[in-house]
Design a protein around this ligand. Structure first.
Ligand code: ZN
Length: 319
């Protein structure tokens, strides 16, 4: 039994038993704070191998994404930049934890910021360093080697849900930040109901947050939550944290949150999903995006040319 990473309680109950492919994957919910996690999960060594090598791609093959994948990752990176742009000040040093192929770091640097990052996947980290020529190193947050108080902003885009010890990662990130430094976190919302019920539960996701558990975890790690937002479909939540000297709350207990999350997950069955409008809207949106990607991918050649084109179109021309 894995104790709750947020509040330390061992009072958790099973809420799911299958992953999105129908395989066995047991998820539990903490009755004291409402955090949801995978239990049992693979050993730390197996998890590390999974993220370094098996997750996303085989490390033995050089990562050579197709043009439409480059375009899609670039577009996501530009939109991520726009999400954090209001937080940025001239000369900001930004560290991207879980940097993927380095696209966000690339966009930040193109816009004049001193950005770097770390990425566990060997293939993605190598792609970032070799093809995008950005300072993204391969490794986990434990081995990131960031100098204390050297960063003004740490970003975690869809990273928290993959970590074995998200609370520990937030505490470590706090050491990297200057006093009053900022932390931006974006994760899937466990309360989202637009996916098939089993879709969000797969072996890549170790934790599932809602706004309450995400913000409480930040406070426990020594931050104040100074901003929050939800995507229009409710599927993604983000919080802006600021490092603070205030004493963290001694307990991660969140009154009423277990009841709220458990009731949403229990009501969100396959039957209820069939009668919602989302199954029909989502594939159509995906198709539209794919057609756009196909068209744009033909216009460019190298990964950096694709990214430069996106930056020019979405960030430079439009401002
Ligand atoms: Zn808990």
């Amino acid at each position: 039994m894995i104790p709750c990473n947020l509040c330390g309680s061992s009072d958790a109950e099973q809420i799911r038993s299958k992953d999105r492919h129908g395989g066995f994957l047991r998820s539990v919910i903490c009755r004291r704070c409402g955090l949801v996690w995978t239990d049992p999960r693979p050993t730390p060594d197996a998890m590390r191998t999974f993220y370094a090598r098996d997750y996303r791609l085989d490390y033995k093959r050089a990562y050579q994404p197709k043009p439409r994948h480059i375009y899609r990752a670039g577009k996501v990176a530009v939109y991520r930049f726009l999400r954090i742009q209001p937080l940025l000040r001239p000369g900001f040093r930004v560290f991207d934890l879980g940097a993927g192929g380095g696209e966000v770091v690339y966009v930040l640097r193109a816009m004049g910021y001193a950005a770097s990052g770390v990425e566990p996947s060997e293939g993605y980290a190598r792609y970032a360093a070799d093809r995008l020529d950005v300072p993204v190193t391969q490794g986990f947050w434990q081995d990131a080697g960031v100098a204390p108080a050297s960063q003004d902003l740490v970003t975690m885009f869809h990273t928290m849900e993959h970590l074995e010890d998200p609370l520990g990662a937030l505490r470590r990130a706090s050491q990297w930040l200057t006093p009053q430094g900022l932390l931006f976190i974006e994760v899937p919302n466990v309360e989202a109901t637009y996916n098939q019920p089993h879709q969000q539960f797969h072996r890549g996701h170790l934790y599932h947050f809602n706004m309450a558990t995400l913000q409480t975890m930040g406070r426990r790690a020594g931050y104040a939550a100074i901003g929050e937002s939800r995507s229009s479909d409710g599927g993604i939540i983000s919080v802006v944290f600021q490092k603070t000297d205030a004493t963290p709350p001694p307990s991660g207990e969140i009154v009423g949150n277990y009841e709220q999350v458990a009731s949403i997950l229990r009501r969100h069955t396959t039957a209820s999903h069939v009668f919602s409008r989302y199954p029909y809207v989502r594939p159509f949106q995906k198709l539209k995006a794919w057609v756009e990607e196909q068209r744009n991918a033909r216009l460019h050649q190298s990964p950096t040319a694709v990214l430069d084109g996106l930056i020019e179109t979405l960030l430079v021309v439009g401002r």
